[in-house]
Design a binder for this molecule. Structure first.
Ligand code: ZN
Length: 456
């Protein structure tokens, strides 16, 4: 029995609603790479799972980078001569270019214009812009809004602060039987954007809730961190600990209607890459697999050559390719309960593979063992009889101590859970033994149990 069996027994519709409603709660918060938006977001995740929050002071060096000053914002507007807030941060936090320095001035439309950004092709959408590493200010508006502005004097106010403070990192650690880790990372730095940011965050939080209730082989580390600088800072502070990371996934843009896309790790054929490809290839939904590239989300940092961690990126629509990307149209209507729930299920299926992937050695390698006399020739399960028997024969044939269950699933084209169930049955019947290295690796480590108590 694997994680997935457990997952499938839950009500998919209810899970989808839960995921979407969590995204809805988080949506209004004005997040950025630093500041109270991230803290509030982490506090809401903390209501659901144990999170360790770390504050890293501004100016702290992290490899070639420095933690920037902390940004916070209370209000912002552009007011016309008759006192109307023609651009209003309170209506949508995307209206302010993220990390805008404070401004309070009167200026003509001509002076204001270079600070206004819109999308002429999508006249009702507000673009999302940032200026983290260059001091600047600006407003993002719909093109219709921009065109409606009349000549005249405007009062421009961005009531923000950019001062020494800290960068906030959130981490949830779930200890398993081994200290070997699976890393799940998602960014928490975008303001009101749903697919890009909240979908990953909601799925990761629920995944942690789901895994926390189970006996696990691997330890799991969930990172809720600001994009780029958060990942770089976390890696700089945890360089030695990254050696324990065996598999990793960046989760982002997994709530929309698009089909699944998986971007492979820099290693290209790591176990995580193979596990995701296997799971997605056995789904009814279509999926596409992308080779590694050094651009994208935080897999860029995890897969930088010095680390070269086996971390891939799971998405539905790929960032930058859908028109709603980085605009106000990436909103709560753009993500859907059913898609969020299916993304969560795919993640559970991938971890299910990693949790049970191991090597066995057949104890009767000379010719087929006689399955009939052990009652194993007539499968008892509800599945296809041929397929169950086929899975047993494949497992017996390839369990020579070299092939893992994932190798067998790939080669036989049989879905992993059926291969795993066959192996467990054959093991129970004394026909297989677990390869000793794999068995030793999984022996309970008392340190891990202590760490669990220490963390909670
Ligand atoms: Zn983004």
């Amino acid at each position: 029995m694997g994680l997935l069996t457990d997952f499938d027994q839950r009500d998919r519709e209810a899970i989808g609603e839960e995921l979407h409603s969590f995204a809805r709660e988080l949506y209004p918060i004005c997040r950025s790479i630093t500041g109270d938006g991230v803290r509030r977001t982490l506090a809401m995740i903390q209501d659901r799972i144990p999170i360790q929050v770390t504050e890293v002071p501004s100016r702290t060096q992290a490899f070639d980078w420095n933690v920037p000053r902390e940004w916070n914002i209370r209000d912002a507007f552009v007011k016309s001569a008759d006192g109307e807030r023609v651009v209003d941060f309170e209506k949508c936090n995307l209206h302010v270019m993220n990390y805008s320095i404070p401004v309070h001035a009167r200026m003509s439309l001509e002076e204001l214009r270079p600070h206004l950004f819109s999308i002429p092709e999508k006249p009702d959408w507000i673009p999302y812009r940032t200026s983290y590493y260059k001091e600047d200010w600006g407003f993002c508006v719909t093109h219709n809004q921009l065109q409606a502005l009349k000549d005249g004097e405007y009062e421009v106010c961005i009531d923000s602060t950019l001062v020494d403070g800290s960068l906030t990192l959130g981490e949830c650690y779930l200890p398993g039987r081994t200290a070997d880790e699976i890393l799940i990372s998602c960014h928490v730095c975008h303001p009101s954007l749903a697919n890009d940011n909240l979908s990953g965050l909601a799925v990761a939080t629920h995944l942690a809730q789901f895994l926390a209730r189970r006996e696990l082989r691997y330890s799991y580390r969930f990172l809720f961190i600001p994009g780029t600088i958060g990942a770089i800072t976390w890696l700089a502070r945890n360089q030695a600990a990254t050696e324990r990371i065996r598999h990793g996934l960046v989760l982002t843009c997994i709530g929309d209607n698009g089909s699944f896309h998986y971007k492979k790790s820099r290693r290209e054929n790591a176990e995580i890459d193979r596990a995701v490809v296997h799971v997605l290839s056995h789904q009814t939904e279509s999926a596409e697999f992308l080779e590694f590239s050094p651009y994208g989300y935080d897999e860029r940092q995890y897969c930088s050559p010095g680390f070269n961690l086996p971390v891939g990126c799971l998405m539905r629509s790929v960032w930058g390719t859908f028109p709603e990307y980085h605009t106000s149209a990436d909103n709560l209507e753009f993500i859907h309960p059913a898609q969020l729930a299916e993304s969560l299920r795919v993640c559970a299926a991938v971890f299910d593979v990693l949790e049970s992937n191991r090597r066995y050695r057949g104890l009767n390698p000379f010719c087929e063992p006689q399955l009939g006399k052990r009652g194993l020739y007539r499968p008892a399960g509800g599945g296809s009889i041929e397929e169950e028997l086929n899975a047993r024969l494949w497992v017996l044939n390839l369990s020579d101590g070299q092939h893992s269950l994932l190798d067998i699933a790939e080669r036989s084209r049989i879905a992993f859970p059926m291969i795993r169930d066959a192996a467990e049955l054959l093991h129970e019947n004394g026909l297989l033994s677990v390869v000793s290295e794999d068995a030793a690796r999984e022996k309970a480590s008392p340190n891990v149990a202590v760490a669990r108590r220490g963390q909670s």
